[in-house]
Each structure stands twice: as structure tokens, then as C-alpha cells.
Design a binder for this molecule. Sequence first.
Ligand code: GTP
Ligand code: MG
Length: 324
Amino acid sequence: MSEDLEKTNTAYQTIEDIPGLGPATVNKLKEIGFKTIESLSTATVAELVSAGIGEQVAEKVIEAARKSRAITFVRGDELVELRRNIRKLTTGCSSLDTLLQGGIETQSLTEFYGEFGSGKSQLCHQLCVTVQLGEAQGGLNGNVLYIDTEATFRPERVQQMAPRFGIKPKEVLKGIVYAEAYTSNHQTVLLENADEVIKENNIKLIIIDSVMSHFRSEYIGREMLANRQQQLNKHLHKLMRLSRAFNTAAVITNQVMASPDAFFSKAVSPVGGHILGHMSHNRIFLRKGRNNMRIAKLTASPSLPEGEIPMRITERGIESDEDE
Ligand code: GTP
Ligand code: MG
């Protein structure tokens, strides 16, 4: 490791730019999914060491990446300034935007949970359109990375929703980078290797629909639970870090189970346990109403008041009365 690295204070564009890094180390970093300065700045020393990179080198490259992105201690007033980078993505449904006070925040994790047919995947489809809108229209002027674990993504449905937002059906699919995940391990690996894809495609929204289904079906029984939660924790942390590093919104959907403490009612709670609960900043419960009505209820949020709103699934997408 050369001295330049310790003194450095420049903004690097690629990991190859970090002085003192040999090609072997660069390759190792890439192999384990750190292909960009942005993602490297959120790495931990242990992650790099476990890939065979020396501890001192690991500390220095992470520090160089962090300095390059000016990630260090900040004062409260500076934090306010940093939070100014946070954007809100419109859901395309006025009542839901009101519930979320503007929409889905970047740099945090938003979870939609509910039983089958409650509209989780439909909402994901609609977000594939709205993220492409300009900021003046509530979009993020970017594209979406869609990780599909249940093979329920339908490009035709996105095309059907697009015209309401003024986007041509022919154009809208170009803004979607799609991957089907076949196992929980595949799902994890896809995300671990996503940083370059995110940067090169101007990804402003990452969707995982649904986050738990593979984990739930593969890890069965109590003795596998600890291991499952460990893998899940790693996966969610990666999602969180990518969303911070690239200022993207991150949306996950989740299934529900009957609440153990609600014997006499029909209460349900999201699966995934405390790990998922702690990682999701905003949790929204979707349930079916009459006909095509749905009710969205904000059940947990660090800053928004709880509340619930009605919305509707129509051929135009997810909308509320105000949207007509
Ligand atoms: P699971 O993935 O099974 O847990 O459910 P989900 O919450 O993802 O449900 P999804 O978002 O797939 O919602 C399916 C619902 O959307 C169904 O009840 C459909 O009736 C409704 N839906 C889908 N497409 C259309 C459409 O073009 N028009 C209308 N009116 N409804 C639609
Ligand atoms: Mg679904």
C-alpha cells in the first residue's frame, strides 16, 4: 500500500483510481460485488478480509472510498443538509402519496405487506412507471431494478399503466432492468453484484417482489431459523447500503401470517421477524376491500403519523378518487 492512499482526499471515479491498489485486489473487490466507489464506501473491513484482502489494505481502501464520497462524522446541521438529497417518489396514487406525505423516500427501505391479491405486485408495476417521470411530476428521472422472486412481473401490465402518466408504452420498458431470482441465494447474489448495473443504468428504484418467499420456503423448521435470519439480515443490509450509496428508493413486498397474539381476530403480521421489522423504515399494510377497493395502512414509520387510506386497482393501475 503506497503512502498516497493515506493522504488522499480526491474524489475517485472508479476503484481502479484508488492509488496503491494492485490489479489482484481490484479483481477480488469486483468478484465480491464492489465494483464502484459508491458501494465500496459502504463496505465493512470484515467483508473484504473474508475475501482474502489484507486487513490493513481493506481499512485503507474503504477509508479512501469514504473520503472520496465525503462520508464521515457530520454535525446535526450538516446532516440536515445531507438529508436534502433525499427525494420522494410518487406512487401515482394520490391518496397513497398523502399517506406517505409525498411518496416513497430514497435512501430508505419501504415495505408493502399483505395477503395474496392485495395489490403489492400491482403497486410495484406502477412504480416502474412513476420512477421514470421527471422530478416536477413526482418521479426520480431514473430507472428501476426489478428483482422478481415469484415470476409475477408482467411487462404488458406496465405498458398498460404508462399512458396515464404520459409515458409511451413502447418507451416504458426500456427503463426496467429485470432479473428473476430462482433461490434465496440467487436473490442475494443478484443484489450483491448490482452496484455497477445501478450506476450504469441510472437506477433510482430497487424493487424486490417478494423479499421473503424463497427464504420462507427454503429454510424450514426452527433449527434453520437462525441461519435464515442471518442470511436475510445480510441481504437487507446490502439493499439498505445500495439505496444510501446511490440515493435510490428501495421497495420490498412481503407476505403475512396470522398474528400469534390475535387468536380471536383476523389480524395478520408480516413475516420475516424482527430483522425485517427493524430494517424496514416505512411499513404499509395492504388489505382487500369490496370489489376492487384496497386499503393501505401505514403501520410503522420513523417520522410519519399512522393512518389509512382507500385506493383502487383498475385497468389504469392503482388510483384514488382524486386521480380521475
Ligand atoms: P401475491 O403476490 O399473490 O401475494 O399478491 P399481490 O399482493 O402481489 O397481488 P397483486 O398485486 O398481484 O394484485 C392482484 C390483484 O390486482 C387482483 O385482485 C386483480 O384483480 C387486480 N388486477 C390486476 N390487473 C388488473 C387489471 O388490469 N384491472 C383490474 N381492475 N384489476 C387488476
Ligand atoms: Mg405479488
